[in-house]
Ligand binder design. Structure first.
Ligand code: UTP
Length: 288
């Protein structure tokens, strides 16, 4: 069985849910406290054993490339000022993995973005991580999924049990077997009473290279080629298992998810925890 060592991170979307912040900057660069969203995602990939990362990017997202590149001027200044810890931290970002970039000329959907990675991936299994999904967990989410891949030698989806109100808004997993989590299909945005399970998928996938044949044959739906459609076609030919997420998922591409992530991450930071707790307690107990 081939090891999963390559990942693609599509970051070429328009981020329309986060306007006007995303008019001139990448939503993936919006920080959770003081670290850009995209760095959390790259660190998850690297801590799961990924060595090479391809960003599917766009002309409006140059600051993502800059973020993962060296910054000699800044490094020189930090060195001169003896800020050695900060210097090491900054240098570490560009050494996290081998980074590659391809531009998606037009944001024609997640399926179109993924197809651009065909040559990079070659004939290996690979991971896709969406640029606006952050997961907090003890064992990195992608590592949890790689363990499932290594057990069954199959494609892997990430499953999160959803509150009822979210089920009609998400892709819901239909299981062939609820115990082993073998997947039969996916139902997009079902009515609650018609949902095949309570498990939604999130922006993490481990896929076999055969996905590219399906991506090449996608049809345009409402102006986009969707990765989900390619997954559905591949499910007819290959095995998929789900990995139940052991951790907490934040969709930081929407405002509430973004605010929640900032608060919850701050509550875990040693340097902020005390102040944050005090502030939140005072704030909620005050007459608002
Ligand atoms: P989303 O649908 O969440 O991102 O895509 P979006 O299109 O930027 O968001 P909204 O709905 O307009 O606010 C999931 C991931 O796929 C990337 C996005 O950048 C995001 O990381 N994506 C999406 C692409 O790279 N290309 C596309 O054509 C669409």
């Amino acid at each position: 069985m081939k090891r999963v060592r390559k990942a693609i991170i599509p970051v070429a979307g328009m981020g329309t849910r986060f306007l006007p912040a995303t008019k001139a900057m990448a939503k993936e660069m919006l920080p959770i406290i003081d670290k850009p969203t995209i760095q959390y995602i790259v660190e998850e990939a690297v801590n799961s054993g990924i060595e090479e990362i391809l960003f599917i990017t766009s002309p409006y997202k140059r600051n993502i490339e800059d973020h993962f590149d060296r910054s000699f001027e800044l490094e020189e200044r930090l060195k001169r000022n003896n800020k050695n810890n900060t210097l090491e931290m900054i240098k570490g970002i560009s050494n996290l993995a081998k980074f590659y970039y391809i531009r998606q000329g037009e944001p024609l959907g997640t399926g179109h973005a993924a197809l651009l990675a065909k040559t990079f991936v070659g004939d290996e299994p690979f991971a896709i991580l969406y640029g606006d999904d952050i997961i907090k967990s003890e064992i990195p989410c992608l590592k949890q999924m790689i363990d499932v891949y290594e057990k069954y030698d199959c494609n892997v989806l990430c499953a999160e049990e959803l509150d009822n109100y979210l089920i009609p808004q998400k892709g819901i997993i239909e299981y062939e077997d609820f115990f082993s989590l073998k997947v039969k299909g996916l139902v997009e945005k079902p009515k609650l009473e018609e949902a095949p399970s309570k498990d939604g998928t999130l922006g993490r996938y481990i896929l076999k290279p055969e996905i590219f044949e399906e991506l090449e044959n996608l049809n345009l739906v409402n102006g986009e080629y969707l990765l989900t459609d390619a997954l559905l076609s591949l499910m007819k030919k290959q095995t998929f298992y789900a990995c139940k997420l052991n951790g907490k998922y934040y969709d930081v591409g929407n405002q509430f998810g973004y605010i929640k992530a900032n608060i919850e991450f701050a509550l875990e930071r040693l340097d902020l925890k005390k102040q944050m707790n005090k502030y939140l307690n005072e704030f909620v107990n005050k007459d608002n």
